[in-house]
Every structure is written in structure tokens, then in C-alpha cells.
Design a protein around this ligand. Structure first.
Ligand SMILES: CC(C)(COP(=O)(O)OP(=O)(O)OC[C@H]1O[C@@H](n2cnc3c(N)ncnc32)[C@H](O)[C@@H]1OP(=O)(O)O)[C@@H](O)C(=O)NCCC(=O)NCCS
Length: 202
């Protein structure tokens, strides 16, 4: 039995480990640190959720509020999330920014991302927000980089002709693609990776 609850301080050590399990290829400076989780709970506790199984963290969702111009102009992960600290959170912002969502590899494909998305939608209804925006990783793009532009790869995934391990589930839980965010994340050598630009309107 999986339960979704708001993140509490006691979950932080598990969340730090969970990030590293779920994003093994991410550059370590992008992983959320204990200080980042503390900051997120300080600035917007209502936007932080965990999925628990027998009290253990098996899924996580992190979000904060933004203004229209913050999320509908090109942006990158580091800037929009203030380096994971969420200090860009705007208490009157009309859009929820989905900074992160991850499910433990052994718990994927069981509807937990669906459940976390429902928790976000409940928050959006409760606060009267317009919807949510996110930049979505494209882990399958590396195999197509030599022959497809990111926007063509995303279009193929949207059409169902290609399957991306992240974008395909995101489309199934309700996100729509608005476009592509070039150089959304960067590796330590400064090489940028694109992301899908995702929107869900209430
Ligand atoms: C993307 C992710 C959050 C999805 O979580 P999940 O709990 O496995 O998703 P769900 O079980 O709720 O599945 C949602 C839908 O996607 C489908 N799906 C899930 N994984 C899939 C895959 N690898 N390929 C194709 N379809 C998939 C499910 O069948 C389901 O479809 P349905 O509603 O029609 O039955 C999870 O794979 C993950 O944590 N990935 C690594 C971290 C990541 O990339 N996070 C996003 C950062 S932008």
C-alpha cells in the first residue's frame, strides 16, 4: 500500500539517497542536498510530497509557485529552481513549477507518478492556481542526437513512434508538450542537455 504525504524533515536523509538511486547519471552538483531539501520545506512545505511504502520513501515530488513570465519564457533548471533551493518561490505565483519527480526503480510502473501528479493537482485546485509547468529530462535522446533535433525527437515521442523512459510516462500522467528548452541542464564541462517544456492547465 502506497501513501502520499507532505514531506517532513525526517524524510530528508532517505530523500538524499533516493535522488542518487533515481538519477545515477546526474552530475553530483545537481543532486538535491540536505540543505536544498531543508530550504524547500522552509519556503513552500505544501509543494513537497513523498510516496511511502511501509514508511520508506519510494517516490518524491518537489514543486514551488511561479509567475507566468518565469515559466513561459525560456529558462534552465539551475536558474528556475535557484540551484534547488526554491528561493524563487513566489507566494502569489499562479503556476506551480514541477521541479522534480522520481520513483525508486523497483517501484516504477505501479502508478506512483500518477498518484504524485494527483497530489499536485489537488494543491493547484486548493490554491486556485492556473496549472503547472516543468522541464522534463529526455534520457532517450542521447541515442538519437546524431540524427534528430531535440524538437523532432520530442515530436516522435508525442506521436508514439518512439518511447522515452521519462517523457512517455509524463505524457500518460497528463502533461502536454509546449516545446523544448535548450540547454536546460549542464554537465561539469558546460555541455547543455535539452528538456521537454511541459504544461498542465487546470
Ligand atoms: C518518469 C517516472 C517518474 C514515472 O514514474 P512511474 O511511477 O513509473 O509512472 P506510473 O507508474 O505512474 O506510469 C505512468 C504511465 O506511464 C507508463 N510508463 C511508465 N514507465 C514507462 C516506460 N518506461 N515506458 C513506457 N511507458 C511507461 C505507465 O504504463 C503508465 O501508463 P498508463 O497510465 O497508461 O498505465 C519514473 O520512471 C522515474 O522516476 N524516472 C527516473 C527519474 C525521472 O526521469 N524523473 C523525471 C525527471 S524530469
Amino acid at each position: 500500500m502506497i501513501t502520499i504525504v507532505n514531506t517532513q524533515h525526517k524524510h530528508i536523509p532517505q530523500l538524499v539517497q533516493h535522488q542518487q538511486t533515481c538519477f545515477p547519471d546526474l552530475f553530483s552538483d545537481v543532486w538535491m542536498t540536505p540543505e536544498a531539501f531543508e530550504s524547500q520545506l522552509r519556503v513552500f512545505p505544501a509543494g513537497q510530497h513523498v510516496a511511502l511504502h511501509n514508511g520508506q520513501v519510494v517516490g518524491q515530488s518537489s514543486s514551488f509557485r511561479c509567475r507566468y513570465e518565469q515559466v513561459f519564457l525560456p529558462h534552465d533548471y539551475h536558474g528556475i529552481t535557484a540551484a534547488n533551493m526554491f528561493t524563487n518561490h513566489d507566494p502569489v505565483g499562479e503556476w506551480l513549477y514541477g521541479a522534480d519527480m522520481s520513483i525508486h526503480p523497483e517501484y516504477r510502473g505501479r502508478g506512483i507518478a500518477h498518484m504524485l501528479m494527483e497530489a499536485r493537482k489537488g494543491l493547484i485546485r486548493q490554491l486556485g492556481l492556473r496549472g503547472m509547468v516543468a522541464g522534463g529530462a529526455l534520457p532517450g535522446y542521447a541515442d538519437y542526437e546524431a540524427r534528430l533535433r531535440p524538437e523532432d525527437y520530442v515530436a516522435e515521442v508525442v506521436a508514439g513512434r518512439l518511447v522515452d523512459p521519462t517523457l512517455t510516462p509524463q505524457l500518460r500522467i497528463g502533461w502536454q508538450v509546449r516545446g523544448v528548452l535548450p540547454n536546460y541542464t549542464h554537465d561539469s564541462a558546460g555541455h547543455g542537455a535539452p528538456a521537454s517544456w511541459l504544461v498542465w492547465e487546470a
